[in-house]
Design a protein around this ligand. Structure first.
Ligand code: SIN
Length: 502
């Protein structure tokens, strides 16, 4: 895996190389203005643990002002635009994101830690939600319904829900914002965003480009904060009609409870504990490729990461050997270094969690095949790790590691694999590898998850419905379903159409 090559001043050099330095913004965006609050919080660069910068720390009055301003703006926005014109604005925003993808990728890489290649890839992925919903904005259809009452026409129209509260995580600082606000703006809503306090800079840069694209400034409000109490205003203020949250199941449940007070619409994309099953009829090389992608992308910090790798006994030895070979070749380091393939984790507690999962598994009989420890270096690194001999009593079987740890469990029959895979309260994503077409359909139907990857570890795309079942949340993002999450259906009944016909 090699030593970590770090230059602790590298983030300063990287920031001074931005083509457009004005994209690095430290202020909140409230009422169409950049606002420098008195209070600030530190944002860290995870590969060194050093402070990257200080960002506005919004208080309750800032949230209240942002929500009121978003409310006023939304009414004008919807009244003065059509789906086509909103689509055109989103298209311009998309083009600006692409034109500035090097700078946004650098900012994202610095605050999140993922490699520059992954960071730029995320910016392109994030932009794809904007172009997708630029198109969907024009396809917001109602229906006409044959009425049971004579001389009556019944129809439906779709209307924006109003102000949307958007709360997003640090693991995808760009894509989780655009996957939510793309459809919100396409529908004619306005948004109040609480970006993650670990990675607010990407959101602020995207907001600047949205305004540059011509989106009415007050339709997007951004309130960075470390003050959880202030942020809960998003879930309780009666002017907010919908909240969309991506993050932990515990916080999702808390927000859903708060939102009940004013009966807001709620979408929740929460924790996962994804099973990754390799049957003995699988193409093992393909399965290893898929595991590398879906386990080690973002250093294992995605909600759809494989958390439990189940391999049928006959294939286990070959699978582990090939996986270990690939993992041994990974190179940890700062995201901007060109030879880095594994960035740091987001903070110290993320490293501590992986360490705890490894030591619990080892104490219960697992074997470390590669990795297994945090290197003695600055920053928040943990070696990419493969464990064999994992068993259901280990923490890693029940709790999402959110780090670069691949525990391999062995199983005997298809029935066992399905039972093990479904034995969790979570139901976000699941993966399996098989060349048997009957098995493919059988297992895909029986997995209790919102998204299944068959013979692939890549399931995320703007056109693919994203979301889970069970305690992984509800609501679908992206896809042909994503727009409706930000709309109300209104029925219009026109009666007595024969009146005055004599
Ligand atoms: C997530 O981790 O929540 C998102 C992952 C993705 O979009 O692929």
């Amino acid at each position: 895996m090699g030593a970590i090559n770090q230059d602790i001043d590298y983030h300063k050099k990287a920031l001074s190389s931005l083509k457009d330095p004005s994209l690095l913004i430290h202020d909140a965006f409230i009422g169409g203005q950049w606002v420098a609050t008195d209070k600030k919080f530190d944002v860290y660069e995870p590969s060194t643990g050093m402070v990257l910068g200080q960002v506005a720390d919004c208080d309750l009055p800032d949230f209240q002002k942002a929500i009121q301003s978003a409310y006023d703006a939304q009414i004008k926005f919807f009244a003065s635009t059509t789906g086509t014109s909103r689509g055109a604005l989103l298209r311009k925003w998309h083009d600006l994101i692409i034109a500035n993808s090097d700078d946004i990728g650098t900012i994202l890489c610095l605050e999140n830690g993922k490699t520059l290649a992954e960071a730029k890839g995320e910016v392109i992925y994030a932009a794809s939600f904007i172009s997708w919903f630029a198109e969907e904005a024009t396809r917001s259809y109602g229906v006409t319904i044959p009425s049971s009452v004579p001389h009556t026409t019944l129809m439906t129209i779709r209307e924006p829900v109003g102000v949307c509260g958007i709360i997003t995580p640090w693991n995808f600082p760009a894509a989780m914002i655009t996957r939510k606000i793309g459809p919100a703006l396409a529908a004619g809503c306005s948004v109040v965003i609480k970006p993650p306090s670990e990675t607010p800079y990407t959101c602020l840069a995207l907001t600047k480009l949205a305004v540059q694209a011509g989106l009415p400034a007050a339709t997007i409000q951004v309130c960075p904060t470390k003050n959880r109490q202030a942020a809960t205003e998003i879930a309780t203020n009666p002017l907010v009609k919908k909240i969309s949250f991506t993050g932990s199941t515990a916080v999702g449940k808390m927000l859903a409870n708060l939102a009940t007070g004013t009966l807001k619409k709620v979408s929740l994309e929460l924790g996962g504990n994804a099973p990754f099953i390799v049957f003995d009829d699988a193409d093992i090389d393909l399965a290893v490729e898929g595991a590398m992608f879906c386990k080690f992308r973002c250093s294992g910090q995605t909600c759809v990461c494989a958390n439990r790798i189940y391999v049928q006994r006959g294939a286990a030895k070959a699978f582990v050997a090939k996986l270990v070979q690939r993992v041994s070749a990974l190179k940890m380091g700062a995201g901007l270094n060109s030879d880095t393939t594994q960035g740091p984790l987001v903070n110290k507690s993320a490293v501590d969690k992986v360490r705890e999962h490894v030591s619990d598994a080892v104490a219960k009989g697992a074997k470390i095949e590669v990795g297994g420890k945090a290197p003695d270096s600055p920053g928040f690194f943990f070696e990419p790790t493969v464990l064999s001999g994992a068993t259901p009593d280990m923490i890693v079987s029940n709790d999402e590691t959110f780090g670069p740890l691949a525990p391999v469990f062995e199983f005997d029959t298809e029935e066992d694999a399905i039972r093990l895979a479904n034995n969790t309260e979570f139901g976000l994503a699941g993966y399996f590898y098989s060349r048997d077409v009957s098995r493919v359909m059988r297992v895909a139907q029986r997995m209790q998850v919102g998204m299944v990857g068959v013979n692939t570890g890549k399931i995320s795309a703007a056109e693919a419905p994203f979301g889970g079942v069970k305690e992984s949340g509800y609501g679908k993002e992206g896809s042909l379903y994503g727009l409706a999450e930000y709309q109300n259906i209104k029925s219009i009944t026109i009666g007595n159409l024969d009146a005055g016909s004599q």
